[in-house]
Design a protein around this ligand. Structure first.
Ligand SMILES: C=CC1=C(C)c2cc3[nH]c(cc4nc(cc5[nH]c(cc1n2)c(C)c5CCC(=O)O)C(CCC(=O)O)=C4C)c(C)c3C=C
Ligand SMILES: [Fe+2]
Length: 321
């Protein structure tokens, strides 16, 4: 029997300062996130960054946290719904796991093992379509650590970045099409990254090249939906420093009304399920900046979440067809 583990970056367990601080502390202790040695990352994360900036992040989480039952983070909610639908539609056990926070990857694997004692293959499906050391690589490393600690009696299949898979592009197009009428510009928003991390990986080839991969997704999306690439704009969001990939969404979105683009749609193909970075950084923060700068219409394109086309895409990507 086979099983699927959907993996994402993580989210706080509850909407409180302690939980947000813990999540940020775990994440920012990872040398693959910070690019610094482990002991420095750990010290800065737990003693300085988490205590001092968790209040600001909590304020953002408060605005996007689910207001109806279940009162959980949207990222967990969307992943649970996705797992449930995938399991029902494809008749395969599916669990979810987080790189930071819970359920951990180890807990996710144990849940699959418990549910299916005869499991012979676990397919790890990262909810990051593009390679980054802070997502793809740290997930691979964590799985390595888990497998080193104790013996496992099944084989592992790790799904590679699927930024150009036709089924992923098809799901993006089907999901976005209803939102793209009557707009002047389509903005592709991707998570920004430290330039040194991107450059170090890019030298290894296209399989590791974040910027190449996001541009490929955009090109294939435009080709499929039949809109010229010139009608779109690539911006990077959620940067945490100046030497991160530019142009930044928060600065450049404010220029668009002055340039004559007063009606925009923003899509974030790097996030298959909605989370803080889409629901706050784009739908709340970028919207406010754009409208204050004279924009007339701001359309937020929701992530794929648990749509049927996305479930079909996961299935095809998993099977390698
Ligand atoms: C494409 C996906 C992501 C990349 C690449 C990424 C890089 C990255 N992130 C941080 C620091 C933080 N990320 C935080 C939250 C967060 N990040 C992603 C995705 C990517 N991060 C998601 C999906 C989420 C959370 C979502 C949720 O709970 O809904 C946070 C915490 C909160 C905040 O204030 O934003 C931090 C901090 C770094 C430093 C980095 C690359 C080096
Ligand atoms: Fe992040």
């Amino acid at each position: 029997m086979k099983g699927i583990l959907l993996v994402n970056i993580g989210t706080p367990a509850v909407c409180s300062k302690t939980a947000v601080g813990k999540f940020m502390g775990d994440m920012l202790s990872d040398p693959l996130i910070t690019g610094m040695p482990e002991w420095i990352s750990r010290f800065l994360a737990r003693k300085i960054i988490a205590p001092f900036s968790s209040g600001r992040s909590l304020n953002k989480y408060r605005q996007i946290w689910r207001k109806e039952e279940p009162l959980i983070s949207p990222l967990i909610y969307n992943m649970q719904k996705l797992a449930q639908s995938l399991e029902e539609k494809k008749n395969i056990p599916v669990e979810i796991a987080m790189r930071y926070g819970e359920p951990t990857i180890e807990q996710g694997l144990k849940r699959l093992e418990k549910r299916c004692p005869l499991i012979h293959e676990v397919i790890i499906f990262p909810l990051y379509p593009h390679y980054a050391q802070s997502t793809t690589q740290t997930t691979i490393d964590e799985i390595g650590r888990i497998f080193y600690k104790r013996a496992h009696s099944y084989r592992l299949k790790l799904v590679e970045p699927y930024f150009n898979h036709p089924a992923f592009i098809n799901a993006l197009v089907k999901n976005a099409a209803p939102y793209l009428e009557d707009i002047d510009k389509l903005v592709f928003s991707y998570h920004s990254l430290p330039v040194d991390q991107v450059e170090a990986a890019w030298k290894k080839g296209k399989e590791f090249d974040y910027v190449y991969q996001v541009k490929e997704t955009n090109r294939l999306f435009c080709e499929k939906i039949k809109i010229p690439l010139q009608y779109t704009l690539l911006l990077y969001a959620s940067q945490r420093g100046n030497n991160w990939l530019k142009p930044f969404l928060v600065t450049d979105i404010a220029d668009l009304p002055r340039l004559g683009w007063k009606r925009v749609a923003v899509i974030a193909p790097g996030f298959p399920v909605d989370n803080l970075e889409t629901l706050f950084d784009i739908d709340i923060q970028a919207r406010e900046i754009f409208m204050k700068a004279g924009g007339e219409k701001f359309v937020f394109v929701p992530s794929l979440n648990y749509s049927d086309d996305w479930i079909e895409a996961i299935w095809k990507i998993t099977l390698g067809v």
